[in-house]
Each structure stands twice: as structure tokens, then as C-alpha cells.
Design a protein around this ligand. Structure first.
Ligand code: SF4
Length: 355
């Protein structure tokens, strides 16, 4: 049976019309699913009973289930392992900030990109997630925590720009005013540097205006030579080409760019690394924030995080070169914090370090 959460409002309207029902029913169902937290068709109390039965016979009201939960006792972070209907596993993280809550969601089960510090890629890519599965990650977190999620970062397992069509459908569902009505600016797409995807995203328009989602780009090193050692994607897309695409994204959208940089002891944390990083970002000429992420310490991994003072020093060096940096606040350090670790442990495998 079809997962009804995976239909945009337009798609749902078409199906409802084709079934001979009144078109306005589509809007009602869409609102129940994406704004009013319905878990079953029986929750949709303003639909006729017979119609609810028709829906039950033809659709599933969602397909994702919570498999495991880990709650931080330190800061309210909750890490989820979700089971897909085909038995696959994905992760998501609920992060509580002072004035808002953010969901970090996966866009693929597993990942093909092979970043050396990431546990999500150890078994490669299982499959792309549907837009509905991405949305359900958020809804299940809300049901479990009882808290509203206002921001989404697509930074869990997977490379969202390699699941482009579903990513666009997800954004469509999230931002539809008859559903959740989330602002485009509350959505962040994080890429390891898929240049054609960034360029395509920079051309994306809705209602005649450029899409306003935030772009986060994982750099992790400032030279092609170093980047290739950490991220195989750098073999395909060099840093000059990547920064050009980032510039194009900024010129189209006027959104500040976030650069993600995992600080790894002895690998990319020297003064010279900071200088080179500053140069690359200056060349791109875009308003930016560099998110410095001390890599998660994991016993099985050869990668270690630098001491706090070294991280501070790296940030200060960047700032001396006129680059805005911040060291990411560590959330959920008492639970499996790094991307992909919970999944790998459930699959019975050790894990590498992750961001
Ligand atoms: S860091 Fe992201 S892109 Fe790289 S392997 Fe992990 S999930 Fe994939």
C-alpha cells in the first residue's frame, strides 16, 4: 500500500479527484497529516467514516517506526534509530535549543560517499529515502518528545543532492501553507560538495522566486590534496569548482553559506590549515559561517579531536584572517553522538568517528 505521507498536496489532490471524492478532501487530509499530527485515518474526524475506510483500504498513514531511542541526560538531545518498512535503518537527531527545536534528518539509508570519518558510509548506500519518509522522521520525533520542531537540517546519513527529486518533494511538503507551512529559511541542505547539485539548487524557484533554503557545505580541508584523503568526492569535484558553485548559490539566493569543518588532530588543525581555509573562503567571496566540529572521539577510529585550546586557536586564526567561525556546541555527548554510530551498532558493526 502507498504511504499517503509521501504525496505532495498536488499529488494527493489528483488521487482524490480520480477516486471521485470531492477535491477539498485532499486539503483536509494533507492538513491532518502534515500540520495536525494525525497518526491514523481515524484521527481525521472531519472526514466521513466511509471515506476514512476507503483511505484505510488504499493507503498507509505513514511507514516509519521508532526502533530505538537514546536520550541525553545533559541537554535534551534525543537520538533516534528509525526502521523503514523494508527493514532498513536510518538515524535522526532531535536537538533542543533555548528558543527552538531542530531535527537533523537522514536523506538516504546508508551513504555512498565514503567520507573517512563517517560511520554512515561503512556499508555503502542501501537506498534513497522518499520525501514522506524524511517528513515522518520529524513527525515521529515530535510525537515522542511532545515538542514542536521548527528547523530541519538534512545532515543525517546520505547525500541529499544525490536524492534530488525527493529532496524537492520534501521541501514542497514541508513548506506547503496548507500543511506545516515551514519557512524555506528554516531548512538547511547539507552537501559534501556535489557541484552539479549545488548549481541545480541555485536555479530552483518557487512562485517565481529563488528557493531560500540554507546551504551547508562540508569542506573539512582547504586543499584538494588533503580533502581527497578525507572525502572521496573531492576526486570528482575540486575545491575551486566547488567554491565557484557556492558563489553561484549565494548570488542566486543571497543566503549566507555555512562551511562545515571537522577538526581532526594532526590532520587538518594546523595554523597553515587555518590560513588556507581562510584563503579559499575569501576567494569564494560569500557571507559565511565556518562551523568547526571537533570530530567525535570513537575508540575504533584513528581520528582524534584536537584539545579544546587547539580548537580555540584554529577559530582565532580564522578570525584573524577575517573569517567568521564558531565551534559547534557539543550536543548529546553522553549518547552515541556521531552520525551513523547508532545504526552501525544495531547492524552489529563497529564504527568510525563522525561529525
Ligand atoms: S559525512 Fe555525509 S556525505 Fe560523507 S559519508 Fe557521511 S553521510 Fe555520506
Amino acid at each position: 500500500m502507498k504511504d499517503i505521507c509521501n504525496l505532495t498536496k498536488t499529488e494527493l489532490k489528483k488521487e482524490i479527484e480520480e477516486s471521485g471524492e470531492k477535491p477539498f478532501r485532499a486539503k483536509q487530509i494533507f492538513s491532518w497529516l502534515h500540520a495536525r499530527g494525525a497518526e491514523s485515518f481515524d484521527d481525521m474526524t472531519d472526514l466521513p467514516k466511509a471515506f476514512r475506510q476507503t483511505l484505510k483500504d488504499g493507503y498507509l498513514p505513514g511507514s516509519l517506526e521508532i526502533e530505538a531511542v537514546k536520550r541525553s541526560r545533559l541537554d535534551g538531545t534525543v537520538k533516534y534509530l528509525f526502521a523503514l518498512s523494508d527493514g532498513g535503518l536510518i538515524e535522526g537527531v532531535f536537538m533542543a535549543y533555548r528558543d527552538w527545536n531542530t531535527a537533523c534528518i537522514s536523506s538516504q539509508a546508508g551513504c555512498a560517499m565514503g567520507c573517512r570519518f563517517c560511520a554512515s558510509t561503512v556499508n555503502g548506500l542501501d537506498r534513497d529515502l522518499t520525501a514522506g519518509e524524511m517528513a515522518e522522521e520529524i513527525y515521529l520525533m515530535e510525537r515522542d518528545t511532545g515538542k514542536h520542531i521548527s528547523n530541519v537540517v538534512i545532515m543525517g546519513s546520505g547525500e541529499p543532492l544525490l536524492n534530488y527529486e525527493e529532496l524537492m518533494r520534501f521541501i514542497d511538503i514541508m513548506t506547503d501553507p496548507d500543511g506545516r507551512g515551514m519557512s524555506q529559511r528554516s531548512i538547511t541542505v547539507s552537501t559534501c560538495g556535489i557541484v552539479p547539485g549545488i548549481i541545480r539548487l541555485s536555479k530552483e524557484k518557487k512562485n517565481g522566486a529563488h528557493l531560500q533554503v540554507n546551504l551547508a557545505v562540508s569542506l573539512h580541508a582547504a586543499t584538494d590534496e588533503k580533502r581527497k584523503k578525507l572525502m572521496p568526492v573531492a576526486e570528482k569535484y575540486g575545491i575551486a569548482e566547488l567554491m565557484k558553485a557556492v558563489g553561484e548559490y549565494y548570488r542566486s539566493t543571497h543566503r549566507k553559506i555555512t562551511f562545515e569543518y571537522a577538526l581532526i588532530e594532526g590532520v587538518n588543525d594546523s595554523d597553515e590549515d587555518a590560513r588556507e581555509l581562510a584563503e579559499r573562503i575569501k576567494e569564494a567571496g560569500v557571507p559565511h559561517l565556518v562551523n568547526l566540529i571537533p570530530v567525535n572521539p570513537v575508540t575504533e577510529s584513528a581520528f582524534r579531536r584536537p584539545a579544546r585550546q587547539k580548537c580555540d586557536n584554529f577559530k582565532n586564526k580564522l578570525e584573524n584572517f577575517g573569517i567568521n567561525g564558531s565551534i559547534r556546541r557539543e550536543l548529546g555527548s553522553d549518547i552515541d553522538g556521531a552520525c551513523g554510530q547508532l545504526r552501525m551498532r544495531s547492524l552489529g558493526r563497529g564504527s568510525k568517528a563522525g561529525t
